[in-house]
Write a protein that binds this ligand. Structure first.
Ligand code: NAD
Length: 355
């Protein structure tokens, strides 16, 4: 057994069907009484219905969350928060909405209760990515980690099938990279393998029947585990590539993860054989990279970067950016093989296996 450190997982988690009903009690448990509900503009009606259910415990609604957490949106929300005299933040939505709650908490130290409606996993991490003037920066802080997460499976029943597939693959990516993280540890690795198993089993069932309550519960359970992995250990090449492609080429978050993951795994396969064996076992597939590619393809997810709007002439720059810096990866990150990886991902080729 390799030596390891394990820091514990302080976030309180409430999981089940209909658990949104427990929100008033969870606000009270934190000693708070005036929650502001944040959401994206598209989910305003849902946020307003939730605020109405909270009655006197609701200070108001801010339906302004946007992808990549623009600082200008956060600053406007802070002004509104002061006007509303709120004493905690409830986020109802996906990773973008959680991002706004985290950005508010970073600046105010207000308590957060996150109610996730996708599988992105941000609610379990002390990580915040923000954009200012088109530049995305990422930071970690204990202030960012939410106090409470309420997983209500019923809220995910209406998550469109396409978004369920790509968001689920996004979650699987956190778990895969946790298995070969430099600071991996036995508990997080158990959670990672279980996350992949739960999601890989649930997503095809959701494709067949989006209202399958048991499959939706398994997927959300997997997303919780995967988000916990993301928050607990460091990520590697796959997340770096997605950061570059999302940040510099404005590619959509979950779809980009779906396309890149099999190729990043193929790149790392020979350098992380134990992790690969666990990924393959969790997928019930003969080999990790092709197993992930086949899963994404079977879900009808995108398989090539070209279809996501990646310009062919941007591949060289993306390779430069990905190879720059000194972030850790089980296999050294070298420009020439990364450029080949991007070419394969661009065309949506099925990985050949260990590179
Ligand atoms: P998202 O939050 O942008 O949601 C995508 C769209 O789906 C939005 O329009 C949203 O309103 C809608 N939506 C959400 N839930 C829905 C539901 N149940 N039914 C119907 N529509 C729904 O996308 P995401 O993939 O959840 O999150 C992506 C963002 O989260 C990115 O900005 C990414 O950087 C960030 N993220 C951060 C971390 C972290 O640890 N900091 C982790 C994962 C993702």
């Amino acid at each position: 057994m390799d030596p390891f450190r394990f820091g514990g997982i302080p976030t309180r988690v409430v999981f089940g069907h209909g658990t949104l009903a427990e929100l008033p009690g969870e606000i009270e448990r934190l000693g708070r009484s005036r929650a502001v509900v944040v959401a994206t503009p598209r989910q305003r009606a849902r946020a307003e219905a939730l605020a109405a259910r909270l009655g006197a415990r609701a200070a108001g609604v801010i339906a302004a969350a946007a992808m990549h957490t623009p600082v200008a949106v956060t600053e406007a929300a802070l002004a509104e928060l002061r006007r509303l005299d709120a004493d905690c933040v409830v986020a109802l939505g996906g990773g973008s909405t959680t991002g706004l709650a985290k950005a508010i908490a970073l600046r105010t130290d207000l308590d957060q209760i996150i109610v996730p409606t996708t599988y992105a996993g941000s609610e379990m991490t002390p990580i915040l990515g923000e954009t200012r003037d088109g530049v995305k920066t990422t930071q970690r802080s204990d202030r960012i980690l939410p106090e409470t997460v309420i997983y209500d499976v019923d809220l995910t029943l209406g998550l469109p099938v396409g978004l369920s597939a790509t968001s689920g693959m996004n979650a699987i990516a956190h778990a895969v990279e946790a298995l070969y993280a430099r600071d991996r540890n036995p508990i997080v690795s158990l959670m990672a393998e279980e996350a992949i198993r739960a999601l890989a089993g649930a997503l095809p069932a959701i494709l067949r029947d989006p209202g399958d309550r048991a499959a939706r519960a398994d997927a959300l359970y997997g997303a919780w585990l995967a988000g916990t992995c993301l928050g607990a250990v460091g990520m590697a090449l796959h997340h770096k590539l997605c950061h570059v492609l999302g940040g510099s080429f404005d590619l959509p978050h979950a779809e980009t993860h779906t396309v890149v993951l099999p190729h990043a795994v193929a790149y790392n396969a020979a350098a992380a054989p134990d992790a690969m064996a666990r990924v393959a076992r969790a997928l019930d597939a003969p080999e990790a990279a092709r197993g992930l590619f086949d899963l994404a393809a079977s879900l009808g997810g995108p398989t090539g970067l070209a279809a996501l709007g990646m310009p062919a002439e941007g591949l060289d720059r993306a390779a430069d950016l990905a190879a720059a810096g000194s972030s850790w990866n089980p296999r050294p990150v070298e420009r020439a093989p990364i450029r080949r990886l991007l070419e394969d991902a661009y065309h949506g080729r099925r990985p050949a296996g260990a590179a």
